[in-house]
Ligand binder design. Structure first.
Ligand code: SAM
Length: 214
């Protein structure tokens, strides 16, 4: 398949899977139309890049369903000047979407192999405002805190305390919370030392493994 055909598939993906399910943030839609999702997948799965489901990326981990990426990104209410922390780099796809929308992205992955691949890929594709680190993301990344937004792309029993601490004023954090089999997307917004909490849709993510996860 050539790039024009992939672009066509991306346009269809955005129309039929994302806009059709109510995502309206024009900046998010534009990023989803732009980032070449097929470049973030193992070679044998490239043909499935624009289908409506998660896919395996090695180390028993997944790249999330495109709609879930779009919804979580929209819920972050990103502004161009924001600095964002992502926990769970995986393939680097969500980091690339964030990279299109904000000034600076810090992303942490516990599997060194995935982190290295993602770092190389993001660099090669020109997403140069993303810093990839290997570590336990449940502890956040203190060096660059506070963050305007934090996204956790793995399931946690509760929102890790360290991440709440590293969220700036009016900062938005999104994290799937629940048990190991099923979760709900939980969004908090920091107001002083209090947090407004909202629940969004049901979801199923791979577990967040670490000191403040499982
Ligand atoms: N955002 C990714 C993408 O676009 O491909 C998908 C992430 S996948 C659903 C969840 C990722 O979280 C996995 O790569 C997993 O290894 C990682 N993970 C789990 N626990 C973690 C932790 N404590 N710190 C950092 N990464 C973690």
């Amino acid at each position: 398949m050539d790039e024009a055909q992939f672009q066509k598939q991306r346009d269809v993906m955005v129309r039929s899977q994302i806009e059709a399910r109510g995502i309206q943030d024009e900046r998010v839609l534009a990023a989803m139309r732009t980032v070449p999702r097929h470049c973030f997948l193992p070679a044998d799965l490239v043909e499935e890049a624009y289908e409506d489901h998660p896919l395996g990326i090695g180390c028993r981990q997944t790249i999330s369903q495109p709609f879930m990426v779009a919804l979580m990104t929209q819920l972050l209410e990103l502004r161009p000047e924001d600095r964002v922390l992502e926990i769970g780099t995986g393939s680097g796809y969500q980091s690339a979407i964030l990279s299109e929308l904000v000034n600076e992205v810090i992303t942490i992955e516990r599997h060194a192999e995935l982190a290295l691949q993602a770092q190389q890929r993001l660099h090669d594709l020109g997403f140069l405002n993303v810093q990839v680190h290997v570590g336990d993301g449940t502890l956040g990344w203190e060096d660059a805190a506070p963050y305007d937004a934090i996204i956790v792309t793995a399931a946690s029993p509760a929102i890790p305390k360290a991440l709440k601490k590293q969220l700036g004023q009016q900062g938005r954090l999104i994290c799937p919370t629940g048990d190991r089999k099923a979760q709900q997307l939980t969004r908090i917004i920091r107001c002083g030392n209090a947090f407004e909490q909202h629940q969004s849709i049901n979801c199923v993510f791979v577990p967040l493994i670490g000191e403040e996860g499982w």
